[in-house]
Ligand binder design. Structure first.
Ligand SMILES: [Zn+2]
Length: 225
């Protein structure tokens, strides 16, 4: 899962909301506004699915997902205005749902989630940091509710899509790159390279597919919690 940082909403969405104060996303969203939302999310998320972190090839195949975190609890869950609030929207993949006859257990992300509530808040770095990875690349959390989000609700250990194996490979490739670069150099140079890599991914947002496992590994190495 990536930490989502939303910019200002697209102008077309702002105008649509102003002109149609009672509109509901489900029934009223004009296609040109949806297109602008997809494009902007795709850019802000560095072409990655907010949940599984796979690369989404083009804005046209971004699914607009509404991830209303449970908190703050005093807000109503399904009020219409919230459905048009850009700051709670996520760009996600089709979660394998376009394959004909695909079994439910082989779907991921929004396609597997349905309407189940999520505890993890993709807009909150500390919440996303509770997601961890095992040596085999599988995802989990010590927080029982977040563990349910990632393993059950979003099905992010989907074997049909080889998600754990893919993540494991991504981490291995990055470790190899760092090892090669730091070969024969001091421990300080190694730590510096870890810090530089972390800054590039997290602060500069140079996100790459499945880099969550790299970020998590760097956080454990650099003792960031
Ligand atoms: Zn996905």
């Amino acid at each position: 899962m990536i930490v989502i940082k939303r910019g200002k909403e697209p102008n077309s969405l702002l105008k649509f909301r102003k002109d149609n104060p009672d509109a509901d996303y489900e029934t009223d969203m004009p296609t040109d506004v949806a297109k602008d939302i997809r494009e902007q999310m795709w850019e802000e998320q560095r072409c990655l699915c907010a949940y599984c972190m796979k690369k989404i090839d083009a804005p046209a195949v971004v699914r607009i997902e509404h991830c209303r975190p449970r908190h703050p609890k005093d807000e109503q869950e399904h009020d219409k205005k919230a459905t048009l609030d850009f700051k709670w929207m996520l760009g996600v993949c089709y979660g394998n749902s376009l394959v004909r006859g695909v079994k439910p257990e082989d779907k991921t992300c929004d396609a597997h989630r349905g309407n189940t509530e999520l505890t993890v808040n993709p807009f909150d770095e500390l919440s996303v940091r509770k997601i961890k990875y095992k040596a085999d690349g599988s995802i989990y959390s010590d927080d029982a509710d977040i563990n349910k989000d990632v393993t059950e609700t979003l099905n992010l250990n989907c074997q049909a899509l080889s998600l754990p194996q893919t993540r494991k490979n991504v981490l291995m490739a990055e470790k190899n790159r760092i090892m090669r670069k730091c070969k024969g150099k001091s421990q300080d140079a190694f730590i510096h390279e870890l810090e530089r890599t972390y800054a590039s991914l997290v602060q500069e947002r140079n996100l790459t597919p499945y880099c969550g496992i790299i970020i998590s590994w760097l956080e454990s190495k650099l003792k960031i919690s």
